[in-house]
Design a protein around this ligand. Structure first.
Ligand code: FAD
Length: 354
């Protein structure tokens, strides 16, 4: 009896044979903090819609939190057909145990054949906990998704020090699970008129049964958040050193953006690795990306090519970065960047008349 209760508490899979053919559809677990959904969740819905159409299957979303009904409606606007909503005080802050309990219940009840989450700190933790309990396979940190004729998820991710792309399949269990890097896929345009169904899900949870408590949430103001940045000013080897990055910081500050770097610049110690964009860094999808003194090597380009607008500054007119740039400026960055900063300052700062 005690063992049975323990199994239930930690959400262990019941014993016995399972009929996988009942599993249908794709479910995206929406990540939110303080009532704000993470952009990666909408990006995932965009890609999952394509896969769901290929499979001729419904697209589901799972929203968990406290006071998050609006996010469920938002998920419909971003492409979900059905949203499972678990709204409870125990889900106010992310904690592995209560979140995984709800996920396990929803997955076992509604049986999606594929479950996707963002490869964020939370997504990695939650996906690992769920996959272990179901049990099923999990491909972490995917950068490409597809499905084959046998409805198998083809989740591809960089492997072997990012030198190869490995496609990983889960043939034996359902659901097939993957976490996916932010910025890789594009969200569908938000459609407030889209219709969908919101199904409320409740799970019998008592605060006393949950072994962790969130005492306080302290925002790390030093943490670099390139994934969600709308404007990125990235510098490469051409910037010449840490002092050169100060010019880029001023441009970024003027535009309310964030500074980033190529691997050459991080390897040289001019910027911390956390600022690196590219195959072995962060994949970004800002509205505006400045590539300054960056040649445009393929390993850099894969991490920023989905930016809405790319502006390149390089003194070499043949630099490959110009092939993907929307606007290119051939010139010395030490002359061009201060001019750009001043021009933006003049246009963006309100004119004060005396
Ligand atoms: C497995 C693997 C993974 C990798 N992962 C990444 C990754 O995640 N991200 C990444 O960025 N790279 C990555 N790389 C490295 C990548 O191949 C390139 O070496 C790197 O991106 C080059 O950085 P860069 O463009 O800053 O430097 P460079 O290629 O040296 O280019 C510097 C550019 O600056 C220009 N320049 C110089 N002076 C000026 C000036 N005064 N004004 C204007 N322009 C100037 C030059 O014309 C040149 O185009 C990876 C490589 C491998 C093998």
């Amino acid at each position: 009896m005690a063992e049975e209760r323990r199994r239930k508490m930690i959400g262990l899979q019941p014993e016995g044979e399972i009929d996988w053919s009942e599993y249908k559809g794709i479910m995206v677990v929406v990540e939110q903090r303080a009532g704000q959904a993470k952009p990666v969740s909408w990006q995932l819905l965009g890609e999952a819609k394509r896969l769901a159409q290929k499979l001729d299957a419904p697209l589901m979303a799972l929203v968990m939190g406290e006071g998050v009904r609006d996010i469920a409606d938002e998920a419909i606007g971003y492409g979900a057909d059905i949203v499972y909503l678990s709204d409870a005080p125990e889900l106010r802050d992310y904690r592995t145990r209560p979140y995984s309990r709800v996920c396990l219940k929803v997955i076992r009840t509604y049986k999606p054949e594929i479950v996707l989450m963002g490869a964020t700190y939370t997504g990695r933790d939650l996906a690992g906990a769920i996959a272990t309990h179901l049990p099923t396979g999990l491909t972490a940190d995917s950068t490409q998704l597809d499905v084959d004729d046998e409805r198998l998820l083809l989740a591809s991710r960089p492997a072997f020090s990012e030198k190869m792309l490995a496609t990983i399949l889960c043939k034996q269990f359902k659901p097939q699970m993957a976490t996916v890097r932010a910025g890789v896929f594009q969200a569908l345009p938000f459609d407030s008129a889209r219709a969908g169904e919101v199904v409320e899900v409740s799970e019998d949870m008592r605060e006393g049964d949950i072994v962790t408590k969130v005492l306080e949430f302290i925002q790390d103001t030093n943490r670099v958040n390139l994934e969600d940045a709308q404007v990125i000013v990235a510098g490469g080897r051409g910037v010449g050193g840490p002092d050169g990055f100060k010019l880029l910081e001023e441009l970024a500050r003027t535009l309310g953006g964030t500074v980033a770097a190529s691997r050459a610049a991080t390897d040289l110690g001019w910027m911390d690795h956390a600022y690196q964009v590219g195959q072995t860094g962060t994949t970004v999808r800002p509205k505006l990306y400045f590539a300054i003194g960056i040649s445009g090597a393929v390993q850099h380009v894969v991490g920023m090519q989905n930016s809405d607008y790319i502006i390149a500054v390089n003194k070499d007119a043949n630099a490959p970065i110009f092939q993907i740039a929307n606007y290119g400026i051939v010139g010395d960055l030490f002359e061009v960047v201060p001019l750009l900063t001043r021009a933006f300052q003049e246009r963006l700062t309100p004119v004060v008349t005396r």
